[in-house]
Structure formats: structure tokens, C-alpha cells
Design a protein around this ligand. Sequence first.
Ligand code: FBP
Length: 547
Amino acid sequence: MTKSALQIARAAYQPKLPKALQGFVKVQEGEPTQSVADQEAIKQLFPNTYGMPLVKFVEGEAKTYAPMNVGVILSGGQAPGGHNVISGLFDGIKKLNPENKLYGFILGPGGLVDHKYMELTSDIIDEYRNTGGFDIIGSGRTKLEKTEQFEKGYEILKELGIKALVIIGGDDSNTNACVLAEYYAAKKYGIQVIGCPKTIDGDLKNDMIETSFGFDTACKTYSEVIGNIERDCNSARKYWHFIKLMGRSASHIALECALQVQPNVCIISEEVEAKNMSLDDVVTYIAQVVADRAADGNNFGTVLIPEGLIEFIPAMKSLIAELNDFLAQNGDEFNSIERTKQRDYIIGKLSPANSAIYASLPEGVARQLSLDRDPHGNVQVSLIETEKLLSEMVATKLAAWKKEGKYVGKFAAQHHFFGYEGRCAAPSNFDADYCYSLGYTASMLIANGKTGYMSSVKNTTAPAAEWIAGGVPITMMMNMERRHGEMKPVIQKALVKLDGAPFKEFASKRAVWAKETAYVYPGPIQYFGPTEVCDQPTKTLQLEQAK
Ligand code: FBP
């Protein structure tokens, strides 16, 4: 495999570990824990893994450990640093006993069920240290939730003599890891299950888990490119750039990027929902910023839009729900209608409020809402080009204002979507160290007989040596939520808190950023050089921890 010069130099980087993990380790247990909500229901569902204590690792004495085999799975969307979680886990179990073996299940949880695996030897691990991507074993989105899957998994784990399984995933995958841990504990199969917090979306975090890995690198990668666009925009002074940013649901990525690049506009979905804003309210807000800048002679700007926006606009949510039901019942009739008449057909069938919203949507978006369904019959909102939808609607509004004499200026838009560009970037120093520490911590949780825990590394705005490694019982992060019509135990998804420090900081500055051209150009992630350039945590973490 041909490697880039950076890849070769970066392979030699030794990720930093918290001081307590650098030598021999012992475990310190805290008080029993409770779930964040619905304690009785969660306790009943997880009788074997509920109420376990928080644990922390501190320096300890030398100890010998019997040999063991460990399995690892990468689950869901890629996030920078996954390879370092695996290399930290590998180094951790080898330190416990050099005879220990690590097996990787191929292409996600499906590999466990289908018995597709490979042994991860030191030659393989060394090829992937400090690299982006999940290609060492691949990832997948198969949900581990059925008893048959758990039993199929048990067959191969038993055959390979695997004592513990590490699942690297987001909130859903870790929820499933917890269900699996409970199942194996109830069956007394002697297999531990440990989770690791992954997702660029940044929505797997709480009082115990400060951040999910990959968020740091992904946001820095997007911010670099947005900064470049801002500079281009401020050079030509003729375009408004509408930039959609990944993050299926929560707006953490958009907010972090806004804090890094100071755009003219950034929409935060959680605020739109809380203020019960309509699509027209969002459009009016953006158009007003465009008009105000035009009044100053500035016919250019940047707008950040979170990927999940549409689902947070209460009126759109209601329209989509009615469309789902309507098309599920009348799909055949709808499909038999001539394409050019389908829009009017739907307008005539929906309730008056939803019909009016549907009629106000640009043709392309209206089509997408009525056509593209996923296998469950839902609109695939992520396919909706929100950046184009908003810019088209802003253009229409500005044209109307122009006629009324309320706006004088030129409006030309460019569109971008940044998502996949950031998910496999080479991990920043933060993610390289954080991930390696999470993987190493997982090995210590296994060595100490823990199951149903998530690997945790705290105090992450301090230098890595001062980080605190430990484990959080996954049940502690759970509550009951309605999913597919049933109440299920799930890890609470962390949305942007409107009373949190990152949003408050953004809200206090956005009026100035809207009017002035206050762009910041972060430049590319630096791996070597001065610490203030290479080792900054995200603005979100710094503000949350007030540093
Ligand atoms: P995870 O929650 O699995 O980490 O994935 C996050 C994400 O990158 C979202 O930001 C995005 O909406 C989605 O995955 C895209 O999924 P896919 O990779 O299947 O296209």
C-alpha cells in the first residue's frame, strides 16, 4: 500500500495516556448508580447490570492476569480515531498478558452474527495506528437486538474463546451493547460486553461522557473548509454560500463549526423547535440578514445549516407525518397519477394547514417529500437538499421585498454539503489520544471483570496525562422512550442545550457576526508543532468546562 508522507510520519506518533494508565492499574469503585430517568422500568429490564458503581482507574501494583481473547466491533457511521480505539485496546490486553488475542468482527455487528472475523495481530494493528477510517475491519449498521442474533454471536465467541466483546458505536449501538451484556449475564455465558462512545454527531454525551470520539476531528475538518469558503467569499464578494453540515439529528456539529468560523448565519435546529419556528420564519431570518448586509454593500455571506433541520420544524414534522400516513394508504392511486399532476393531487388531499405548507415548498423538495421513502415508509429527510431549499426560498422572499422596495441588492447562491469529507480524516491529536485512551481503558474494564460498562475518559480539556479513566454503567445513561410505537430502554440522545454555555456564547455573538464580516480561518488540522496550534480541544468542550 503506498502511503503519504504524513501517514508515514504520523504512524510513529505515540498517543498519550492518562497518567494512571501508564503503569500498573487498580480499580476504584464508587457508589451504586441509578438510571437518569424511569429507574423502576430500567431496573426491571436489566436486573443483572442495573445499579453497578461508577469505576475509576488509579495507579496500582503489578499483578498477573490469565490469558484471554477479546473481540471488537465497529458499529455505524465512521468517526476519526476508531483505529486508535482498537490499537489502545490491543496494547492494553497485550500489556495484561502477551498471549492475549484480539479478534475483529468484519463489517460491523453483522460480522458477529454471520461469524465473519479476523485476528488482529501486531503487524495489522501497526498499519492502522493514528489513521482515519474504519477500514481495518469495516463497519456496518446491523442492529444487534434479537435473541437469535445474541445466540449466533455466542456460538462464535465461545468457539474463539472470547471472554469480552468491545462494541464501538453511537447511542443506539451502546444501548444494544447493554442489552447484550444483560442477556449474556442472565444466561451466565461468562462473556463481558463493553461499549465505547463514538459518533461525529457529538450527541452521545452526558455528565459522565464528556464527548464522543470523532467530533473533534470532523468539526475541525469542516471548519477548515468553511474557513476557506469564507475567505473566498470575502475575496470575490458576490456569493452567499449555503453550507449543510452532517449530524443526523442534533446540531452540535453546526454549532461547533459556527464557534470556530464565525459565519453570518448558523441555524440551530433545537432553537427552531423550541421557538416553534415555521420554515417561513427561518427563511425570513436569513433573508433579513442578507438584506441588512446588502444595505451595507455586502452582497455575500455564509450560512450554516444542520442536516436534521427539517425534522425540527414543528410544522414540517406534522406535514411529513400526514404525508407518511396518506401515502401509505393511497400510494397506488398516487402512483397512477400523471407526474405533472401529482403535486396538485397531494395539495387537494392534505389537511388545510399541511396543504398550504406543501404548496409553498419548491417543486424539487415537494417531490422528494412525496417520493423517496425508506423501507419503513418514512421520508428520507437526509436526502432533502435543505441548503438549496432555504436558498431558493430566500431568493423568492428577497425578490418580493425588492418589489416592495424593502431590499436593494444582488443575491447569488452556492451550495455545499459537508459530511463524508470529515468522517475518515486522520484523527487530530485530541482524537488520537482520546481514542487510544478509551481503547486502553476498555482493556482495563475487561481485566477487572466489568460488563455493561462504557469506557470513559474525563477531564479532557486538561493535558492528557491528567485525564481520568474509568467506566460508566450503561444503564445509568438510560431512560424509556417510544420507538416504533413501543416503549424501549435507550441511552438519552444529547441535543444542543439552549441554556448550555456553547449555545449561549453563539447566541451572544451572532448578531455581530451577521452584520460584520468577522470570519475566522482555522486552517487545516496540525499534527506537529506548537501545542496551542495542535492540541486545542473543541470550543464546545472548552465552553462546557469553562476553560
Ligand atoms: P453514527 O450516528 O452511526 O455515528 O453516524 C452518524 C452519521 O455520520 C450522521 O451524521 C449521518 O446522518 C449518517 O451517519 C449518515 O449515514 P450513512 O453513513 O449511512 O450514510
